[in-house]
Design a protein around this ligand. Sequence first.
Ligand code: HEM
Length: 435
Amino acid sequence: MTGRRPGYGRGVHEPTPAAPEDPASPQGPTLFDWEFATDPYPAYAWLREHAPVHRTKLPSGVEAWLVTRYADARQALADQRLSKNPAHHAEPAHAKGKTGIPGERKAELMTHLLNIDPPDHTRLRRLVSKAFTPRRVAEFTPRVQELTDHLIERFESRGEADLIHEFAFPLPIYAICEMLGVPREDQDDFRDWAGMMIRHGGGPRGGVARSVKQMRTYLGELIHRKRDDLGDDLISDLIRASDHGDHLTEAEATAMAFILLFAGFETTVNLIGNGLHALFMNPDQRERLQASLAAGESALLATGVEELLRYDGPVELATWRFATEPFLLGGQHIAAGDPVLVVLAAADRDPERFADPDTLDLSRSDNQHLGYGHGIHYCLGAPLARLEGQTALASLLMRLPDLELAVPPADLRWRGGLIMRGLRTLPVRFTPRNV
Ligand code: HEM
């Protein structure tokens, strides 16, 4: 993550064309170039086999350990000796904002779940869990369907669309805004601020910094207003929860609303985008899913979305962790202060854990993937992400059954972020529907 982006954040470089290297060469694969952004899986297979805990220099210049085997990844995600607090990084704090690691400059937005350890993490997570309940998500189901239908209706008579910008991007922004209790008339501002961040994540900093500031100011004011006028929304529930025994400072509440937006936004965009891409590239699986949806079944949709998360999930690398003491991980000595990045995408293709890991099998049953993480930082929004992912894919495939890529797959471009994996655009065509 970068200083610009709390939570997951953009990666530290944009892909530049580079000569591809044989992932099986003795020096190992070239990481983080354009070729790698397009298909990182051969490089991850090499690392898993030859250097499962591998020290590498990231494009930002920071050195970090990459953990690629499933068993090591699971251990690292739950290991208390790995802190989420960037203060444990051996590098000086002032350098961190430039390297993708949150620096002190952004401290007021950084007191959120993904950057803190117990006991603060336990307290904040307990508070937000009281507000972000499975019941609240379940009650939200009809609204997610409405939002989805409304977005599809905007382009379905045209016979073509860019599904990232016209569908996958707005859906989670509107969904989380409504859950938080952002009034409808303000939601387009959020869409614009978030759009600025996703479009210019790797580009000029001015506009992004301005958008973050506008969002933070808005959220601070909204929280303030809601204190006097509590409603049936997540921010009001957070305030109620914090008024009953536990406490949440105003800065913590703002940071919490912010992390929910950010953690729940680009991830879901990419679940929909990567998921559709995987279905286009595996037409037999897509046909199975369409047949099962047409028969009114939901089981394959549920296992299918989990499999899409395992096969090509949105969070390629878990967020930063820092060793608080020296220890051994996968046979490697990790020094105190070393950054550790758990490569979820590599762990989820580990043949030691998954049969035929490079095959997409929507009915895969033994599928304890790490796409939502593991341990105390396990994704808080997983039920909402599942709801949005299932609703989005089922609605598109049912309403636009002959949906297909409008460009050759080789022309698709992937964003070059460090943490997230996702497409820049997803142009499709289909038989227009008259509404
Ligand atoms: C498909 C969509 C999503 C994926 C793949 C995903 C994935 C993840 C992962 C891998 C983590 C753990 C990161 C780590 O340990 O370094 C995480 C944490 C988190 N996610 Fe998600 N996420 C998704 C959607 C959402 C949504 C919709 C929300 C909320 C609206 C959300 C809120 C959070 C929060 C608050 C955390 C931090 C939890 C903590 O530190 O205790 N996520 N997510």
